[in-house]
Design a protein around this ligand. Structure first.
Ligand code: HEC
Length: 125
């Protein structure tokens, strides 16, 4: 037969370890809630320089390009990995875009990385 002290110790054990098995946060609820403050400006920059292939509503659009990002999508950047965001920065720079555009797009990429680190997406390419 168990002593009263044993029952109390058992209850304490349960309370202590029971609290350690708290379930991890539901991944469907850790979506990025903050919006990148440079997103619309960055979209405008890409639309004029990259839109011919990366806009689904244009006849010149290319399937492989749209799979990376589609500027007609509200959250156009969500399909891009961090590597692809920097690749976009490099491509913009390679097109000899004006300095302000490159700086703005760089701010966008940095803010995007910070947002993703603060609230990682479920899958990262
Ligand atoms: C002439 C059509 C065309 C234009 C213009 C274009 N792209 Fe693309 N882009 C593509 C295609 C097709 C792919 C998919 C194949 C590939 O990766 O090259 C792609 C892929 C990419 C990728 C993914 C690369 C990777 O390593 O995964 C990035 C980033 C990208 N484009 C950025 C840009 C940016 C930024 C511009 C404008 C400065 C631009 N693209 C302009 C056709 C284009």
């Amino acid at each position: 037969m168990r002593s009263a002290a044993g029952i109390v110790a058992g209850a304490a054990f349960f309370v202590f370890f029971g609290s350690c098995t708290a379930r991890p946060p539901d991944p469907t609820r850790v979506a990025v809630s903050a919006v990148n403050p440079h997103r619309d400006e960055a979209r405008g920059i890409l639309e004029s320089r990259c839109g011919s292939c990366h806009r689904a509503d244009l006849p010149t659009a290319q399937g492989a390009a749209l799979r990376v990002f589609d500027l007609t999508s509200l959250k156009w950047e969500e399909t891009m990995s961090i590597r692809q965001l920097w690749s976009a920065y490099d491509r913009l720079e390679g097109q000899a875009a004006p300095r302000e555009e490159i700086v703005t797009f760089g701010s966008f990429v940095e803010a995007e990385i910070n947002l993703r680190v603060a609230s990682p997406p479920i899958q990262q390419k």
